[in-house]
Design a protein around this ligand. Sequence first.
Ligand SMILES: [Zn+2]
Ligand SMILES: [Zn+2]
Length: 255
Amino acid sequence: MVPSRAVSARGCDRTVTASNETTQSTTSLLFLADLRRVLAEDGCPLCHLRRQADERYLRSVLREGAMDAGLLDRLLSSGGFCREHTWRLVRLEEDEEHDALTNVIILQPLVEAALEELAALSERRRRGERGEKRRRGVVAACPACEARRQLEVIFASELMQALTLPDIAERFRSRRQGLCRDHFRQAWAAAADAEVRQLLREAQVAQVETLRTDLSEYVRKHKHQYRDEPAGREQDSHRRAAELLAGLPDDECTI
Ligand SMILES: [Zn+2]
Ligand SMILES: [Zn+2]
């Protein structure tokens, strides 16, 4: 079934590796490679890993979803993917395959189910029944959202383990941006080691204080008497503030 494959896909592989370092025996080398890469980019590293995992999940659906009876059953239970994932899957196949067959195979039974739902609706009305509290047949969450949610918990835990490695700790500490608010909370909850918790908190405080300074600077430079000053790092402070509060947008994955 696609979701379970995605959970064990590259980037979240938890295979124990033969290594002298205790941390690397519980945090996969593939995860560490992904983590080092996203730590070199701007923005919350867990958001980067989240949208990378999302992209990989959708690609796995394109490759195998049409033959995955478990996934197709699950989609009947959830009424399909959510709005975001439905459209991302449609666009992914259109843009990269110049085709729509996988989407057609996935959507066909859902359209049939929609017709059955309509038929049942008119039948209930004819019998004078009131509307149901829950849409008929829809009992599960979007499988892509559910896979993403599970992976975020794993990523937060893996990040906290990885922060016991000196090079990861240094890369994390020296970044301009910290974790977004939701991922900071997740990471904080996953941190078992007091030293790692302290590192996490100190880095986040320093990064948010820098952001606060940049936001003030942005406002100051809009005042008439300072308008001729050259633009600086405050210019993207609104985007960094949005990223802190809401996380990176999910639809800009570049893997
Ligand atoms: Zn984030
Ligand atoms: Zn979804």
